[in-house]
Each structure stands twice: as structure tokens, then as C-alpha cells.
Design a protein around this ligand. Structure first.
Ligand code: MG
Ligand code: MG
Length: 254
């Protein structure tokens, strides 16, 4: 079921997206050895509340999960997504993903970014670059006349030709008045397959790439998802609006 937005509704999501951008990148500027993930949560949550927004993550409890206890998901190294901020102090060489959603005046935007902590390995650096670029290759396919499989195909192809694997169990999604609006956007797929992409769709596109194998595991907190083989994982996400005059990124601070 596609929820097609008007121009005015897209601009409301963009307003939420500006706060998302500020929260992620202000916290990202604080990333350094010795900084706890709870500190990054504090920075992001303060910006969101000061901006009049709220968190669609806080208290989120799908399918009998315990309610998510924070405004951001902060996932370090082999953690793929849904890490819970806490007293872990970042170490030189880590990678850390800050994933953040904001609700403003009833409309939601969602984005994530993986940051290096100090100097990181060449392999980790390459993982960040390839995952970042996979996001933009996916976004380039998000246009009327294409299908969701075109997005997944572009992400998967870029990941795998560069020697990384794509998580299967977690997908991008429609976003609007709710955090997950029905449509799923796998990060793998076949060209020309899947749900047709239409102008007015607002989509959270979010490649999650692993440096090792694609399989996942869930920690005992029932939230944190990790790579089964312990390899590093990176995650980049933007909320975008599909329009007839091009795809607009709503979480890039513009
Ligand atoms: Mg997100
Ligand atoms: Mg998302």
C-alpha cells in the first residue's frame, strides 16, 4: 500500500529531516576515542528536544519486543543496527553508526551514518566508503517507473563487486506519519522486480553491509543485531522523496 505525499507533506518530512541531520552530525562530530555511546545519545536527544521534535524510536515495541529505551540506535563494529546507547567507551579503530529518527508535527524522517573512531583499518575504511556509495547508487534508482528491486539490485551489486555482503533480514521502508509505512525496500534484488516506485513516495533507503558473511544474530537485549561471524558492519540511510522532477534527499541538512 503506497502512501503518496503532496509537496506540502514532503516539506514537513524535510523539516523533521533537518533535525535528524543536525542530531546525527553533531553527535558524529563528538565521536572520538573515550567517548561513550550514551554521550552521543545525549547530544542527539538534546538537539531533537530543543528543536521541538520527538523520537519515534523511544518506546518503539514491535511484535512483543521490549520497548526501545533510547532516542538513537548506536551500533559499534560488528553491531549492524539497533544498538542501545550505554557506557561503552569508543576506542581508536572502532566504527560507530548513529541511527536517528525524528517526528515533528506528526511527520517522521529517518537517517543513519557510520563514523570512524580515530584511525581505522583500510578494510574498515573501505567498508564505510562502499556502504556510503551503495546508498547513493540505491537512491539513484528511486524514480518513477522503476521498482524496488532496482534499488536492491544497485545496492547489492555495488556491495558484492567490492567484496562485501548485504544483510537480508533488515530492509529500508516507507516513512511518513509512521516510522515504517508498509513498503519494504530490500538491499538485494533483481532489476525490474518488486513494488513499482511512484512519485510521492517517501522512502528510507538504508544499505547495511558486512565485511564478512551476511548472516546475523540478535543479542540477549532482544534489540542489538550483530554479524553472526563477528565481522564489521556499516549502515548509511537517507529519507528521500520520489518526484517527477528527481529524487530529493530529505535528511541531508538542506
Ligand atoms: Mg534509521
Ligand atoms: Mg530506517
Amino acid at each position: 500500500m503506497a502512501h503518496l505525499k503532496t509537496r506540502a507533506e514532503i516539506e514537513k518530512i524535510r523539516a523533521a529531516g533537518r533535525i535528524v541531520y543536525k542530531a546525527i552530525h553533531t553527535a558524529g562530530c563528538a565521536v572520538a576515542p573515550g567517548v561513550t555511546t550514551a554521550k552521543l545519545e545525549d547530544i542527539a536527544s538534546q538537539i531533537i528536544s530543543d528543536s521541538g521534535g520527538s523520537s519515534p524510536f523511544l518506546g518503539y515495541a514491535p511484535n512483543g519486543h521490549p520497548p526501545f529505551p533510547a532516542w538513537t540506535c548506536i551500533s559499534v563494529n560488528n553491531q549492524i543496527v539497533h544498538g542501545i546507547p550505554g557506557d561503552y567507551a569508543l576506542r581508536e579503530g572502532d566504527i560507530v553508526t548513529i541511527d536517528c529518527g525524528v517526528e515533528l508535527n506528526g511527520w517522521i524522517a529517518d537517517s543513519a551514518w557510520t563514523f570512524p573512531v580515530g584511525d581505522i583499518s583500510a578494510r574498515a575504511s573501505r567498508l564505510l566508503q562502499v556502504t556510503h556509495d551503495a546508498l547513493f547508487k540505491g537512491i539513484a534508482q528511486a524514480k518513477p517507473g522503476n521498482r524496488m528491486g532496482d534499488i536492491g539490485w544497485a545496492v547489492q551489486r555495488h556491495a558484492e563487486t567490492n567484496g562485501f555482503s548485504v544483510v537480508r533480514e533488515l530492509t529500508g521502508h516507507g516513512v511518513g506519519t509512521t516510522l515504517h509505512e508498509g513498503i519494504q525496500i530490500p538491499n538485494y534484488g533483481r532489476r525490474g522486480k518488486g513494488t513499482p516506485i511512484q512519485a510521492g513516495m517517501t522512502l528510507a533507503i538504508e544499505p547495511m553491509l558486512n565485511s564478512g558473511k551476511k548472516e546475523i544474530a540478535v543479542l540477549e537485549d532482544e534489540w542489538t543485531i550483530v554479524t553472526a561471524d563477528g565481522s564489521l558492519s556499516a549502515h548509511f540511510e537517507h529519507t528521500v522523496a520520489v518526484t517527477h522532477s528527481g529524487t530529493e534527499i530529505l535528511t541531508n541538512g538542506e
